[in-house]
Design a protein around this ligand. Structure first.
Ligand code: SF4
Length: 230
């Protein structure tokens, strides 16, 4: 089903293609904290982090750089209880400047009728509203998540005109695992059951079955992304 997304194009400190290319070359092999530091120094309070509480890796890294960083969680109304449990554990572990965003006005129950429209009302539009007063945001995208994410840049300009920073995109698995273990990163309990990508329960239908870590999502359609990263 075709959907319409209202996107207010914002004017940010423009980075032209040459500057973006240079930044991506500079930070391709950088530690995520270096990348987050660049973002914090350039965008300050106009920077936010988005998380789905599959784990607290990005939160752990980012709060070491900026303990006051705003953390956005999109409460679609369809999260697994284990996801909300991970959120509560994270609130006990960290002092999170958490902003929970829910669809406004309340969204219709649409996932069974059309996932694009449902994602649009419960994720895409709420995130647009949450980022309306921001100039940049941090996401936990990794190139190893799926074939569609294999070329994720470290720094890009999104369709809203915001600067989107993906500090984990190119972090080597070995370094990530080492950091994870040393810092006892909180993990959604569903991960132990093979769910390597966790979203809303109606559309996280099964554990991943191959190297595509998101292959358990939207298994009955060709959909691979909810739309917030497109
Ligand atoms: S992932 Fe599924 S339930 Fe969640 S917003 Fe999208 S369509 Fe709706």
């Amino acid at each position: 089903m075709e959907t319409t997304t209202t996107v207010n194009i914002r004017r940010t400190p423009d980075l032209d293609l040459n500057e973006l290319r240079a930044l991506n070359e500079r930070y391709e092999t950088a530690h995520p904290c270096e990348i987050i530091t660049w973002a914090q120094q350039n965008f300050g309070h106009n920077l936010a982090l988005t998380t789905s509480f599959s784990d607290t890796l990005l939160i752990d890294l980012a709060l070491k750089v900026d303990p006051d960083l705003e953390v956005i969680f999109l409460d679609t109304g369809y999260h697994f209880s284990q996801t909300l449990q991970t959120l509560r554990q994270a609130q006990k572990r960290y002092r999170i400047n958490l902003r929970v965003i829910r669809p406004q006005p309340p969204a219709a129950d649409l996932w069974a009728a059309g996932t694009d429209q449902c994602c649009n009302q419960r994720k895409v539009e709420p995130l647009n509203q949450a980022l309306a007063d921001k100039t940049a945001w941090l996401s936990g995208l990794r190139r190893t998540d799926s074939p569609q994410r294999a070329h994720t840049p470290i720094i890009e300009q999104d369709r809203r005109g915001l600067i989107k920073i993906n500090p984990l995109a190119a972090w080597p698995e070995k370094d990530l695992t080492e950091y994870w273990e040393q810092n006892n990163i909180l993990t959604n309990p569903l991960t132990a059951e093979g769910y390597s990508s966790i979203g809303c329960w109606p559309c996280t239908e099964r554990p991943a079955e191959n190297e595509d870590l998101r292959s358990g999502r939207w298994t009955s359609s060709n959909k691979t992304e909810c739309g917030i990263h497109l």
